[in-house]
Ligand binder design. Structure first.
Ligand SMILES: NC(=O)C1=CN([C@@H]2O[C@H](COP(=O)(O)OP(=O)(O)OC[C@H]3O[C@@H](n4cnc5c(N)ncnc54)[C@H](OP(=O)(O)O)[C@@H]3O)[C@@H](O)[C@H]2O)C=CC1
Ligand SMILES: Cc1cn([C@H]2C[C@H](O)[C@@H](COP(=O)(O)OP(=O)(O)O[C@H]3O[C@@H](C)C(=O)[C@@H](O)[C@H]3O)O2)c(=O)[nH]c1=O
Length: 292
């Protein structure tokens, strides 16, 4: 197993995999729009036919959470029909599929970290379409690993770290919700974790216990307000006042989980993969941003 098809080229996670996969002895075959586009299934079939991958990591998704509320059909095509097609094509080729999913499949009302066998109950269009994508991938290909991650940030693309730094540079005071909890996860660390999963599959061959859902987030949980404060503390740039607010004080189109913290023991137990802490990931991403 060597050639890994990675969708979502140019996105945060695919960019991380472009480094992590070669470091683990894989060849990363990155594909992105417009050459590879779920709305045009022929482009997806053509990628399989020409690249002949040994495994697939699906990083392509509609990730604009609020905008999904205005275009459910578009989000469904990317987040559900895309994985369905990848599931069918990877099953036909007899190769594993890693489908990336999200903490937003949960309602966040459990009051404790979720386990993989807890019932999802998405509160947003994004979360519902991502859950449909998990099911479609798992139903189509018995060799499917669903990795649910959260609050991804990286030096590239759109994410909370870059939003905070941009806002902080232009405003003396920000207001950030302090009552939503989760795991900020550095894309390079998640990419290393995915490479670790693939390395285990390469080593052992496919095993029945690999099939299913796994939580893959950075160690440690926090809330968006505390995360924002950590971002400014690590930035070395201007530090605005960051006021803690409640969710109703920051109305958004989509409802987010109140507490989307996830247990990760299953990933450690089955694949031997553990992600570093979010603080550690933040320090490294911030160093890259400063250098760049
Ligand atoms: N970002 C986050 O905070 C989190 C992300 N996730 C999941 O992790 C995965 C990777 O996310 P991340 O790297 O942050 O995402 P990004 O938004 O950075 O990248 C998404 C990629 O998907 C591509 N894409 C979007 N729609 C289509 C489509 N219809 N056909 C083909 N490609 C498409 C985009 O292309 P283009 O740039 O041209 O639009 C882009 O390359 C996704 O599955 C996401 O749901 C899970 C939890 C948190
Ligand atoms: C910009 C900003 C946001 N917020 C709030 C809104 C929201 O509740 C929270 C996070 O904001 P964002 O909209 O940047 O994050 P959001 O797009 O909700 O991030 C999510 O993206 C998808 C793709 C996922 O899968 C999730 O795991 C998660 O990472 O912070 C403030 O309170 N103040 C602000 O100034």
């Amino acid at each position: 197993m060597r050639r890994i098809l990675v969708t979502g080229q140019g996105g945060q996670l695919a960019t991380g995999l472009a480094e992590s996969l070669p470091a683990a002895g894989f060849e990363a075959l990155l594909v992105g729009q417009p050459d590879f586009e779920f709305d045009n299934p022929e482009t997806v079939r053509a990628a399989f036919a020409s690249l002949k991958p040994d495994a697939v990591v699906n990083c392509a998704a509609w990730t604009a959470v609020d905008a999904a509320e205005d275009d459910e059909a578009g989000a469904f095509r990317a987040n559900a029909l895309g994985p369905a097609l990848l599931g069918a094509l990877s099953a036909e080729a007899g190769i594993p599929l890693i489908q990336i999913s999200t903490d937003y499949v949960y309602d966040g009302l459990k009051g404790a970290p979720y386990r993989e066998d807890d019932l999802p109950n998405p509160r947003s269009t994004y979360g519902r379409t991502k859950l449909a994508g998990e099911w479609a991938a798992l139903a189509a290909n018995p060799q499917t690993v669903v990795m649910r991650t959260a609050w991804v940030f990286s030096p590239v693309g759109k994410n909370f770290v870059k939003t905070m730094l941009a806002l902080g540079a232009s405003r003396p005071e920000l207001k950030v919700v302090a009552d939503q909890w989760g795991h900020p996860t550095a894309a390079p660390d998640l990419a290393d974790a995915i490479a670790g999963v693939l390395a285990r599959v390469r080593e052992t061959g496919w095993r029945e216990d690999y099939r299913g859902v796994f939580h893959a987030v950075a160690a440690g949980g926090t809330n968006w307000h505390a995360f924002a404060e950590a971002i400014f503390a690590a930035s070395g740039g201007p530090v605005p006042k960051v006021l803690p607010i409640t969710t109703p004080e920051y109305p958004t189109k989509a409802t987010r989980p109140v507490d989307g913290r996830l247990e990760t023991a299953k990933l450690a137990g089955v694949f031997g993969v553990v992600l570093p802490s979010w603080q550690d990931g933040l320090a490294r991403v911030m160093a890259t941003l400063k250098a760049g």
